[in-house]
Design a protein. Sequence first.
Lengths: 729, 126
Amino acid sequence: MLTPEISIPIYAQIPSGILIFAIGLYSWLKIKKKENFIFFLLAITQTVFAYGAVALFYSCGNDSLTMFIDRIFLYPFCIMMPILVYHFSFEFCGIKAKWQKFALYGGYVWSVVLVVWSQFDSFISGAYHYRWGCHTQARFGNHFYVALIIIYVLLAIYNLYKVWRDKNVDALKRGQAVYIMIGFFIFSLAGFTLLWAYGYGIYPLSYLALPLFIIVIAYAITRYRLMDISFIFRQSTIYLITISLFLLGLYLVIIVSAWYLKIAVHWNLVTAAFFASVLMLVMFDRTRDFIAKIANRYFFSEAVDYQEVTNDLTKQLAKEIDLKKSLQIIKDALVKKMKLGGVKIILFDKKIPVTESLEKVGFNSGTSGFLIKYYFNEKGMAVEQELNFILDTTKDKEKKGQLERLREDMKKIKVSICLPLVVGEEHIGLIFLGDKPSASAYTKEDLEALSILESQASIAIANAMLYQEVRDYSLNLKKKVSEQTKDIREKNENLKKLLEMRSEFLNITSHQLRTPVSVIKGTLSMLIEGRLPEKDQKHLLETAYDKAKKLTDIVNDILLASEMKSDKFNVEMERVQLKDVVQEVYDDKVEDAKNKGIELKLDLPNATISDVLSNTKYLKQVIYNLINNALQYTLNGSITVQVEEKTKTVLLRVIDTGIGIPKESLPKLFQRFSRAPNAVATFTDGSGLGLFIIKEIIDSHKGAKVYVESTELGKGTTFTIELPKTKSI
Amino acid sequence: MSNEKKYKILMVEDDESQSLMYQIEFKNFGMDLIVVNDGDLAYDAIVKQQPDLVLLDMLIGKVSGLDVLNKLKTNDATKNIKVVVMSNYNKKGINEECKKAGAADYWVKSDFVPKQIVEKVQAILK
């Protein structure tokens, strides 16, 4: 009996068996697709084949054991391989052809028949022994197995080749097809093992077919998402592969040196070591995390992964634009992650409500100025521990004093570090940091990390501030726009009303101007053409003359009113004896009233009264207008002009028994072109400017007033004017 | 003049000085001008008098000339009587408004002397 030499390929079967089983199982668990399941079945046959081959190697010398192993572990599984390969290609390529379906079912029947046949001596019996191992001897039935392999592997490759060359199939699928095709071709080379069954003892390179197949399939999975599964290479996967390569190298060294030095290797130990390494690989990642966690908790409580902190901070700040929230994120990063105590952030922008001034925090103004202007420009950040050292070496007395004050201020408010927030040249604020909770000193690493954090925080805060400013500005703008829109709308409404009033005024005024004109013009034309009868001449000419006088009044009113709304209107004040002026106007109007059938009464105090401060010309105009007004709206009854002296003022009343003024019209009474509704219906000779002119004149007096003292519809109205006495001013 | 039909003209006008003037001129041309000086009384007077033409002022006391016009044109007894609105009140669009309501024309008094008014009336009646 010949003890076979160890060949390297046989050992490659050991990890390959595990790996292909793992890939098969994973592909099936991940995606429950038919082709994935077939692949899983194929993987099972490959795994059993891999370990069966090793077992067969160790059985060499015991022919009945070799036969047993070959019949139970190798042939039944290996016979199923070609049809599974074909079936996989059938599903993968989505084959529809009938003859292929027939070939598939036929293949399964063929394979099952061969599996049964392999248990009999007409298939295999006896064993050949070679330098590299041993194998059962092929009998008649084995030829059908060889034929099965050749036919179905070729069919599978044919199907895959067709998909690969088909331009209509998408690129990913075609890429997958190539790799499966190459994989299956390589794997089919394992079939050369069968040469041993026919008495050819070639070196068992064919055992390398399985690991190569695995490599190709794994590559197709990662690169082309074969079977819709993908591996993502995590950092730990890289470690795993690296260590695996080292292990492979180690085994290679053991095997080669054992073979070269002809040392007997204790293979059980090597196998145990192999399994230990696999376990190690699997557990590596978890163990590392676990140890790190324990270590952080019990040994290095202050060890901070600064890279992680800054990465996290960058991510969070990038998502946040609100200033308050940004500040909170920075505070959280400092307190919770970097494990620094007592954080306070101050922004110099006074407009931002979250800001406190340095003085309010506890710095005196000199120190804060020094801190900002000098210290940060020179040193970047103020660290209390460093201040002691700097104080010792500073010679400049003034600077030393300021540094001492700074140190005192920092101590007072329990701040260990003042970290400036700088964007470009501008200091936008400060971060104050308290002591580390463990009371240990800030390390160089801490300070470096803080400096990086500072620049991130500065930019984030500056952005948030800018955003807030823009937002506030836009809100403010919106408010302003809406205010002004409202204002414009109101003004527009007023303007519209004014235009309506003006247009109504023009209509009325033009009517009032045309009426006397038509009478004067008509009368004169008839006089000229000699068609005015003698008896009517006097009356008509007098009427025309009256109309001409009225025309003058109306024109004067219009001119006066337009003059009043210009800036030039100014009434010069003088001493006026009201009794005299009233008397004069009364004398002028008493006849007019009589002609209209209205009694004009005068009610003056008997005693002399004080002078008032006014202007005779304009005061006369006021009294005329009041009386004219009363005459226009009084159809019958009387008009009384009354003067009464009070302590500081002299009152002038014009009391009529006219149509009265509706309450709703009182507020607009003194406006230009305004007329109460019942006044429009009544025919009047007025210009519509009478009361407006009165109001304007009285308003230009200091301390004078005009108002409606009483009014009742149908009963009459009392207009009152208060004029200040000259003494009282 | 005597051959012609004697037309009956009615004027609604509350200003006495004006109505007198027109009355004289119409008489000069052999036409009768009846004057009604209150808008309230105008409608009843027109129904009673059945004039050939009404000269209607716009501002005639509490009622407006347009109210009187509408009443005339919506009543069977008066809707065929010709009405000319004659006023010194010349608001924008009042001309069209009156014509729409059925007025034969709209005249601004100060634009014409009484003789011209008489001629215009004659022209309409022919």
